[in-house]
Design a protein around this ligand. Structure first.
Ligand SMILES: Cc1ncc(COP(=O)(O)O)c(C=O)c1O
Length: 370
C-alpha cells in the first residue's frame, strides 16, 4: 500500500532525540532545546516569538484563550478545515462561523467575509488549506477595517508564502502543527508564533499552568500544553531539512501535474500567481465528466494499493457545532461539494516518480476498467 504520507525520520533526527534524553531534557520545563527550537522556527516564519506546545490543536486553543474574548464571541473560520480549528473556538466559549470555500484554491472565500461579520465577530482564523496560502494582504485589510484579530491556521502550510512573505507572519498569531504527517514533525506538537511581545508572554503563561507570584497562587486559569525537550530536539533536527522537504513537495506536485494532465473531469491543485504552495497534501477533485464517483474511484485505488483521504467535512455540517448555542446556519455549497468530490493522493516527500506515474495511470484508466 502506498500511504498518504510517511514522515522521514533519519539518523540525524534519532541522534538529536537521544542527545536530548541524555541531557535529561525529557520534560517541558528544562533545558535549552525548547527555546532554541522556538526561536529558530519563529524566525523562519518571520516572527519574533515562538511558543511550543503539545499539538496544533492546543496551539489554536491557546491562541484564542490569549485573546480573552467574551463568551459567545463569533470567530470566522474556513468551513473546509480540520475540526481542530472549530474545536479551539468551541472550547473557549466562542462560536465558530464557517466561511465557504472559493473554487480555485479551496481556501475561505474572502468575498464572503464582510457579509458574515456581526457586532459579535471578534476574530478570523484563515486556514492555508493543503499548503496553498490565503491572500493574506486582502484578509488583513478586511480584518483591520473591522477591528478583528487574525489567527492564521498554518498547520498545513510550513514554508508557504504569499507574495514572498511567509504564512504565519501576517496575523496577530499563527498556529503550526508538528503532527507526524506535517511538513516537519515532532511526533505530536505545535507552535504559536507572533510578533506581539505581550501576546507571547500571555501564551507562555497560559501554556504553563499560569503560575503566579508566589508560584502557586494562580490569578488566571492556565493550561498544561508544554512541548517536551525530546520533541523539541526532533523539531530542531527536522527543521534543518524544512526547505528540502518543501522542495520535494513542490517537485512531487509538478510530477503529479504532468502525469495527471488532460484527464477529463479531474481538477489538480492550483497555485495562484504570488503563491508558493507547499502541497502539504496533493489534493484533487473530480466532477461528472470524469465518469465515476469519488468514492468508487478511491475504493478502486485502495484495492490497487493506493491510500487516499477525502477532503474535510465542512464545519457547517458538524452535528456538535449545529447544537451549539448561537451557532449560525451558514450555507457552504462549495465546501460541501469539495467534501463530496475531493480527495488527496499519496504525498510523502520521497514519493518516487514511478509511484506517481503508476498512481496516475490507475486514475486515468479507472473509469473504463472499474
Ligand atoms: C488545518 C489544521 N488545523 C489544525 C490541525 C490540528 O493539528 P494537530 O493534529 O497537531 O492537533 C490540523 C491537523 O491535522 C490541521 O490540518
Amino acid at each position: 500500500m502506498i500511504p498518504v504520507f510517511e514522515p522521514e525520520i533519519g539518523e540525524d533526527d534519532i541522534a538529536e532525540v537521544v542527545a536530548a534524553l541524555k541531557r535529561g531534557e525529557i520534560s517541558g520545563s528544562f533545558g535549552e532545546t525548547i527555546p532554541a527550537f522556538e526561536s529558530e522556527f519563529a524566525s523562519y516564519v518571520g516572527c519574533a516569538h515562538g511558543v511550543a506546545v503539545t499539538s496544533g490543536t492546543t496551539a489554536l486553543h491557546l491562541a484564542i484563550a490569549a485573546l480573552d474574548l467574551p463568551q459567545g464571541s463569533e470567530v470566522l473560520i474556513s468551513a473546509s478545515t480540520n475540526v481542530a480549528t472549530a474545536l479551539a473556538c468551541y472550547h473557549n466559549g466562542c462560536v465558530p462561523v464557517p466561511v465557504d470555500s472559493e473554487n480555485v484554491t479551496w481556501n475561505l472565500d474572502l468575498d464572503l467575509l464582510e457579509s458574515l461579520i456581526t457586532p459579535k465577530t471578534k476574530a478570523i482564523i484563515p486556514v492555508h488549506l493543503f499548503g496553498h496560502p490565503v491572500a493574506m494582504d486582502k484578509l488583513m485589510d478586511i480584518a483591520q477595517r473591522h477591528g478583528l484579530m487574525v489567527i492564521e491556521d498554518c498547520a498545513e502550510s510550513h514554508g508557504a508564502t504569499w507574495h514572498g512573505q511567509m504564512t504565519g507572519s501576517f496575523g496577530h498569531m499563527s498556529c503550526f502543527s508538528f503532527y507526524a504527517n506535517k511538513i516537519i514533525t515532532t511526533g505530536e506538537g505545535g507552535m504559536v508564533t507572533t510578533n506581539d511581545a505581550a501576546l507571547a508572554e500571555k501564551l507562555k503563561l497560559l501554556r504553563n499552568l499560569a503560575f503566579g507570584k508566589p508560584r502557586f497562587l494562580h490569578q488566571i486559569a492556565g493550561y498544561q500544553f508544554r512541548m517536551t525537550g525530546m520533541q523539541a530536539a526532533l523539531g530542531r533536527a527536522q527543521f534543518r531539512k524544512i526547505e528540502r522537504f518543501v522542495g520535494q513537495k513542490r517537485a512531487m506536485a509538478q510530477t503529479y501535474n504532468r502525469y495527471l494532465a488532460g484527464i477529463a473531469g479531474l481538477k489538480t491543485p492550483a497555485e495562484l500567481t504570488g503563491a508558493r504552495n507547499v502541497y502539504w497534501m496533493y489534493a484533487v477533485t473530480i466532477d461528472s465528466a470524469f465518469g465515476m464517483g469519488r468514492d468508487v474511484l478511491t475504493q478502486y485505488l485502495f484495492t490497487h494499493g493506493v491510500e487516499t483521504r477525502t477532503f474535510f467535512c465542512p464545519m457547517n455540517m458538524q452535528p456538535f457545532l449545529r447544537r451549539q448555542a448561537g451557532f449560525r446556519e451558514v450555507a457552504c455549497p462549495v465546501a460541501e461539494r469539495l467534501w463530496e468530490t475531493g480527495f488527496y493522493l499519496p504525498s510523502a516527500c520521497n514519493l518516487t516518480e514511478s509511484a506517481i506515474a503508476s498512481i496516475a495511470e490507475l486514475i486515468r484508466r479507472a473509469p473504463s476498467l472499474a
